[in-house]
Write a protein that binds this ligand. Structure first.
Ligand SMILES: CC(C)(COP(=O)(O)OP(=O)(O)OC[C@H]1O[C@@H](n2cnc3c(N)ncnc32)[C@H](O)[C@@H]1OP(=O)(O)O)[C@@H](O)C(=O)NCCC(=O)NCCS
Length: 138
């Protein structure tokens, strides 16, 4: 996936992850999207984050049992206490003898850095570090 680096999570879709229609359950995918985004948020040098917002999410393609599902995530904005991330999901499968990779969904997830009591905490992230993450809108 262009400009997204290595996947934060790469996992095989298993029969236990299906919905009654036999496709992979959306909640399973959403849970991993949240984890992938939280892992990316840690790039902002924060230890503990909570999810504060998830944008409207649209599934463009189903995921099937046996697909290799990749979750790419990166930080796009760092605020005073919040970290905005983009997560992209792809599924790879063999279709008629050829390897095929489909874009399943995208999400924008915002996390808030919190302390051990769950209270929001200021993020200490210098301009140089933000630039290293590819964030230029500061
Ligand atoms: C996240 C939480 C600590 C925020 O506390 P708060 O005092 O209400 O914080 P604020 O309203 O000042 O918002 C904090 C930051 O989040 C951002 N934010 C809040 N709501 C947002 C939303 N809907 N979309 C995007 N960003 C949002 C604010 O802009 C602010 O960013 P900044 O500090 O970088 O400018 C608190 O709401 C909370 O604990 N929520 C539950 C989190 C949780 O349990 N998540 C898992 C759900 S199962």
């Amino acid at each position: 996936m262009k400009n997204m680096g290595e996947p934060r999570i790469k996992i095989l879709a298993m029969p236990k992850d299906t919905n009654p229609a036999g496709n992979i359950f959306g909640g399973w995918i959403m849970s991993q999207i949240d984890i992938a985004g939280a892992l990316a948020a840690r790039d902002a040098n924060v230890h503990r984050v909570v999810t504060v917002a998830v944008n409207g999410m649209e599934f463009h393609e189903p995921i099937f049992v046996g697909d290799t599902v990749s979750y790419y995530a990166k930080v796009v904005k760092i605020g005073k206490t919040s970290i905005k991330t983009v997560v992209e999901v792809t599924a790879e499968r063999i279709f008629e003898g050829t390897k095929r990779c489909v874009h399943v969904t995208s999400a924008i997830i915002t996390y808030v850095a919190v302390n051990a009591e769950g209270k929001k905490q200021k993020i200490e992230c210098c301009k140089k570090h933000k630039l290293a993450l590819g964030i230029t809108d500061d």
